[in-house]
Design a protein around this ligand. Structure first.
Ligand code: TZP
Ligand code: MG
Length: 207
């Protein structure tokens, strides 16, 4: 059974090996069994794998998502989208244009990060399946994260786009996840709340 995109976004786990001090394959297995609704392979930044090692890890993670019927989304790397037969791709403002991606992947999930009103103004919102809004809270995971935008950003986006699937990102944890949903997001995307959790199963339940 395929979930609607808004349901898919509800517990959206993002991870690359650089985020893990345990085996990423084991982390994803536990998170998938515990009920994440989507996964993004984001192998980038300091300490990340490249080339064949990146591809090999991606294959393992993709397989786990297949077994659990969880959409597998690739961050940025268009070549990997094809090689891993991903369900979708997520890009930021400075990556491949959404127009180009939509031509390339007419039927895949396309997600776009937006952090402020001027980014929204220059983005072809009608061509994306969802937007990632943030950073909502302080995050130690992304050194070059943009200015923290707070829950106000979710509220503003929801007002402007009543029907657009929105997922919050940045500093989201079991402690504050509900506030992101209450502000109008369809879901939360998290990295460290799961990769660094003592009890991954519990973390997935509580976001
Ligand atoms: N984009 C904006 S904040 C962020 C990304 C990829 C990092 C989110 O990581 P965490 O650990 O959930 O704060
Ligand atoms: Mg990017």
């Amino acid at each position: 059974m395929t979930l609607a995109i808004t349901e898919t976004l509800r517990k959206y786990f993002i991870m690359g090996s650089q985020n893990c001090d345990r085996d990423p394959i084991e982390i994803l297995k536990v998170a998938a069994a515990a009920g994440i609704t989507a996964f993004q392979f984001r192998e980038k930044g300091e300490g990340s794998l490249t080339g064949n090692k990146k591809l090999e890890l991606g294959k393992h993670l993709r397989e786990i998502c297949c077994e659990h019927n969880i959409p597998f989304i690739v961050n940025d790397d268009i070549e990997l989208v094809d090689l891993l037969e991903a369900d979708g791709v997520h890009v930021g403002q400075d990556d491949q244009s959404v127009k180009y991606l939509r031509k390339l992947f007419p039927n895949k999930i396309i997600g776009l990060s937006v952090s402020n009103a001027s980014e929204v103004a220059k983005s072809p919102i009608s061509l994306v399946d969802y937007i990632g809004a943030g950073p909502i809270f302080d995050t130690g995971t992304k050194p070059d994260a943009k200015t923290v935008v707070g829950l106000e950003w979710i509220i503003a986006l929801r007002e402007q786009f009543p029907k657009l699937p929105i997922v919050g990102i940045g500093g989201i944890s079991p402690k504050n996840a509900a506030t992101v949903i209450d502000a109008g997001a369809d879901g939360v995307s998290v990295i460290s709340a799961i990769t660094k959790a003592e009890n991954i199963k519990q973390a997935v339940y509580s976001i």
